[in-house]
Design a protein around this ligand. Structure first.
Ligand code: PHE
Length: 339
């Protein structure tokens, strides 16, 4: 029996140590250390050994078992090390990791956030409103009669029951004033819809930001200086602001606001169509008829409102020539803006 055990040890060790790959090693383990392997078989017969020889046989069997296990473990970890080294071949562990791209903020979204942040410093809250409106909010409460061209089926998207996709964010002037008493200061970013062509300067679905301020002492000076402050903060301290007389049914007086062209600084170039100015928003002092529509006393309250196209502002800021670039999801274009 002792000889048999020594023979098992000799053969087992040579099989284990000589294994050239993981499969051969596993086969050797099964042959010598497995449940039905050579060693288990010998140990099973120790009971039949004579009583004098038995303790020595048991002791040796344990030693053989330990040695074979030891040899197997050693060989196994050598194979493991080899596998990891092969996997890592050609890798420079000192290189910085490659960060996964987690998406970026769309240039129009970035402009919206920046504009709302500047107005927040002036005391304006950021609110949102529905994109499906009634004719009252979109038109009549804003002093736009239903026979005005803006209310025409040719210019606006009508849904069932005379509901309309809002053509501007101005309905939120009405909703805000119906909900809150003065003083009121809000900015309202959101989508608007018009039956416009889809070309370099128009899109039938586009972003606007509305602004509304109402209080007891707001005059044209506060209106003009707030807009001027915004223009300098957003476009830079060197940019000039121009107010051009205009007309909106819901403001009186009304003004288009222009900012001096950032490319030519006002001397005229193709970007500003040789005018030196870029139009950025419609605006004006809130019309008394609008205050009456929401139950505000027009003798007590005054205010100003403005509306700008966020996509257009993004174009002015980045010198983007075609508004469609902002709406087509071309990653080669958009990834220029993600930081
Ligand atoms: N709602 C106007 C437009 O869409 C912009 C505007 C808003 C003008 C507020 C004056 C005051 O053109």
């Amino acid at each position: 029996m002792l000889d048999e055990l020594r023979e098992i040890e000799r053969q087992g060790l040579s099989a284990i140590e000589g294994a050239a790959e993981a499969e051969t090693l596993e086969a050797a383990r099964i042959q010598f250390l497995g449940r039905n392997g050579a060693l288990a078989d010998a140990i099973g017969r120790i009971g039949a050994v004579s009583i004098e020889e038995r303790p020595a046989a048991g002791k040796l069997a344990n030693q053989v078992k330990q040695r074979l296990h030891g040899a197997f473990d050693e060989k196994q970890s050598a194979f493991d090390r080899l596998a990891t080294e092969e996997e890592g071949a050609g890798i420079d562990p000192t290189l910085p990791g490659r960060a996964a791209w987690r998406g970026g903020v769309h240039p129009v979204t970035a402009v919206i956030d920046e504009i709302c942040d500047i107005f927040r410093e002036l005391g304006f809250s950021r609110v949102r409103g529905p994109e499906v409106e009634t004719e009252r909010y979109n038109f009549t409460a804003l002093n736009i009669p239903l026979d005005h061209p803006a209310a025409d089926e040719h210019d606006s998207f009508y849904l069932e029951n005379r509901h309309v996709l809002r053509t501007h964010t101005s309905p939120m002037q009405i909703r805000t004033m119906e909900t809150f008493q003065p003083p009121v200061r809000v900015v309202v970013p959101g989508m608007c819809y018009r039956r416009d062509p889809y070309d370099r300067s128009h899109a039938p679905a586009f972003e606007q930001i509305e602004g509304l301020a109402v209080d007891e002492t707001i005059d044209f000076i506060e209106f003009r200086s707030s807009i001027q402050y915004f223009v300098r903060r957003f476009f830079g301290p060197g940019r000039r602001t121009r107010f051009r007389p205009s007309y909106f049914p819901f403001t009186e007086p009304s003004a288009e606001v222009d900012v001096s062209c950032g490319i030519c600084d006002g001397s005229g170039c193709p970007t500003c169509k040789e005018t030196g100015w870029l139009e950025i928003m419609g605006s004006g002092m809130v019309h008394p008829a609008v205050f009456r529509a929401v139950g505000y006393d027009p003798e007590r309250y005054t205010g100003y409102a403005f509306g700008m196209g966020s996509g257009r502002i993004a174009m002015v800021r980045h010198g983007i020539p075609d508004i469609r670039l902002l709406y087509e999801g071309d990653m080669a274009f958009l990834s220029q803006f993600s930081t």
